[in-house]
Write a protein that binds this ligand. Structure first.
Ligand code: AHR
Length: 659
């Protein structure tokens, strides 16, 4: 009896001092599945000012005066503090007949030399950087009088100028004028001030301001820091443009890709569906000007070396809103949009849409391989429409893989119905969405273990742990959520034979204008940072590997959360390495002893560790790397790896394989 008590005490003591002991076995001889290059990707949606006021580097809000309130973003000259005199001048909106999309122009009448002021407030201000160069352009048509010069200046909140330039408008014909401004200070909340020399009347349109240093220096470009964060993910695909934004609250307000290509001034501005969706986060100034349209999207995918995955409306408006439906016999234009998009991406320059792509500067096809039909639609109405799209697409483009919807939830009646139908229809890839509490992610790593291996492939298309409740404004991108996602992702990886794509959602949030949290990347007008969730995604996607191997306890059981330990392992045949992912979601140290069967290991292993003391810890603008990967090395002895995994830690062990 005494002996038993002593053993129990010793066991408890050892457990406290040395932590939980786990012996794991990796079999390197059998590739259980190929890991698809698309396994870890990006979900982009224009929510949270992700495009205008975010990734798209335009700094002028409502540059074409096309918002529903055409002077939104432009401060009333006679009511702001910069105005010097009520009668100095006037700005009025003129509706033109010239083009369906670019309807409005701003007619400015100047009565007093240098006394009339027009200000643009930017997207919650403009982030201006000292010594950086900014490219300003505008279209102007002189109507009468003698306006000699238009001056442009950055101003801070006190109205102090810190960088200026000017143009001399001299033509009656619409002319594009450009100039550059160099900032002499850094300011997070600047405005652009426009003043006029001389008197007269002039029409203005498309007043545009870009930092010169965009991604790849493109004129109609993207914010470099934000693209860099995407590039660093080495993503397998880029889904675009959403999300519910694809559906629209009504069919009339759905996303239509054809309105987003061609000259930027001809792209029809549309209210953003997230504009007033959440009463607690109203953003009435949220519109889509589509400067980041489908051409720029394909170009971005190409730039960051990833597969484009466009998602198109399937004749259904958002079922959470109006649920408007296109009758089945009127679906042709929607189906045609899908066929034309494939032609735009892949068609020869001799084709109608291939020519549009060429005219925009990309004669070579984008080689698109996937297309999504509908966002998170559900029910019979979706299936009826999906079938029509599939028939048309597969007939004309048999090689294109189609992503279909499974509704907004990962289980329940709508989900079961969709999955059953998709299996019977031999769907290529089904898109599942789950916004769930962190514990759900820890408890569902075996979700795909029991999926039918002969059924459709799976795209875990939108997921994120919600610390409070789905889309609650109090949700945080905290360490508990990120760690739980890391644990869950071992389950995605262990099922790489059927899970072929996955992406966290949403991607971006403007810290001053968001609607939905949590989000992968946060930014303001000057800077940006990756959340702990971002680093989890990055660690997986940059250690994707090519082949799934097995890792189990000595008794053959898979490592799926016993004592808070989760694991998956892949081999990278190209680099000749093993990537062992280990997640400890418990508050205890875990000792692991990993034995490798049927393969010799190198003498050292790199360790990539992501951890934080408190589950409530977050990254922030002030401390962007608080939770970010830290590298070290350990020795490998006798083909065994011994390591301790601290509480609340995600590790990747990276080990070379000997021939
Ligand atoms: O990611 C935010 C929203 O969540 C997406 O637009 C939608 O598909 C889902 O409901």
């Amino acid at each position: 009896m005494k002996k038993i008590i002593i053993s129990i005490i010793l066991f408890i003591f050892a457990n406290i001092v040395y932590g939980q002991f786990n012996k794991l076995v990796v079999d390197a001889s059998i590739s259980k599945a190929k890991i698809q290059p698309t396994m870890y990707g990006i979900f982009f949606e224009d929510i949270n000012f992700a495009a205008d006021g975010g990734l798209y580097a335009e700094m002028i809000k409502n540059r074409g005066f096309e918002f529903e309130e055409p002077m939104m973003g432009w401060l009333e000259p006679n009511t702001n503090r910069f105005s010097l005199n009520k009668n100095s001048g006037d700005a009025e909106i003129i509706k033109t007949q010239d083009s369906k999309s670019n309807r409005n122009i701003c007619r400015v009448s100047i009565n007093n030399d240098k006394r009339y002021v027009l200000l643009n407030e930017g997207f919650r201000g403009m982030g201006i950087k000292k010594d950086a160069l900014y490219r300003l352009s505008l279209n102007a048509s002189v109507q009468s009088g003698d306006i000699r010069k238009i001056n442009f200046a950055f101003v801070n909140k006190d109205g102090k100028e810190f960088g200026n330039s000017s143009i001399m408008p001299d033509r009656k014909n619409w002319t594009t004028y450009t100039t550059k401004l160099k900032a002499t200070a850094t300011e997070a909340n600047a405005k652009l001030k426009i003043t006029f020399e001389g008197t007269g009347v002039i029409d203005l349109d498309m007043i545009s301001l870009f930092l010169e240093d965009t991604w790849k220096g493109r004129k109609n470009g993207l914010r470099k820091d934000l693209v860099q964060l995407l590039y660093d993910l080495k993503p397998g695909f880029l889904r675009f443009p959403g999300g519910c934004i694809v559906e629209g609250r009504t069919l009339a307000k759905r996303y239509q890709w054809k309105n987003t290509v061609g000259p930027v001034e001809d792209r029809t501005v549309l209210i953003n569906r997230w504009n007033t969706e959440f009463k607690h986060r109203l953003t009435p100034d949220y519109f889509q000007n589509f400067g980041l349209g489908f051409f720029e999207y394909f170009q971005l995918a190409e730039d960051i070396g990833t597969e484009p995955l466009p998602i198109l409306n399937c004749g259904m408006a958002c079922q959470f809103n109006t649920a408007e439906l296109v009758p089945l016999d009127k679906l042709d234009p929607y189906v045609q949009d899908a066929l034309d998009l494939i032609e735009f991406a892949n068609g020869p320059v001799s084709s109608k849409w291939g020519k549009v792509r060429r005219d925009m500067g990309h004669p070579k096809p984008f080689n698109m391989k996937y297309i999504g039909i509908g966002n998170e639609q559900w029910g019979q109405q979706y299936i009826d429409r999906y079938k029509i799209f599939v028939k048309a697409i597969k007939t004309k483009y048999p090689g294109i893989k189609i992503v279909s919807a499974a509704g907004p939830y990962p289980d329940g009646e709508l989900f079961d119905y969709a999955m059953d139908k998709m299996k019977k229809l031999y769907a290529d890839i089904v898109d599942e969405h789950y916004y769930k509490p962190p514990e759900w992610f820890r408890e569902n790593t075996t979700r795909y273990d029991s999926y039918d291996r002969n059924g459709p492939k799976i795209f875990a298309g939108e997921y994120a742990a919600q610390s409070v409740a789905i889309a609650s404004p109090d949700n945080k991108n905290n360490w508990e959520c990120a760690l739980s996602e890391a644990a869950f992702m071992t389950g995605l990886e262990r099922n790489a034979d059927i899970v072929v794509m996955s992406s966290y959602a949403p991607l971006f949030a403007n810290a001053n204008a968001w609607q939905w949290t949590p989000d992968l990347i946060w930014f303001n007008n000057l800077s940006s940072y990756g959340t702990p969730n971002y680093y989890v995604q990055k660690m997986y996607s940059t250690h994707r590997g090519t082949d799934l191997l097995s890792i189990s306890f000595e008794d053959g059981k898979t490592v799926t959360g016993q004592n808070g330990l989760y694991s998956s392992v892949v081999k990278d045949s190209d680099s000749g390495e093993l990537f062992i992912k280990l997640v400890n979601t418990s508050g205890k140290l875990q000792q692991v002893f990993i034995e490798l069967e049927n393969q010799k290991l190198a003498d050292k292993a790199d360790v990539l560790k992501l951890t934080s003391e408190n589950l409530s810890d977050v990254n922030s603008f002030d401390n962007p790397n608080k939770i970010s990967p830290v590298e070290s090395q350990i020795n490998v002895e006798n083909n065994h790896i011994k390591t301790g995994i601290e509480p609340y830690t995600f590790l990747i062990l990276k080990i070379g394989l000997k021939q």
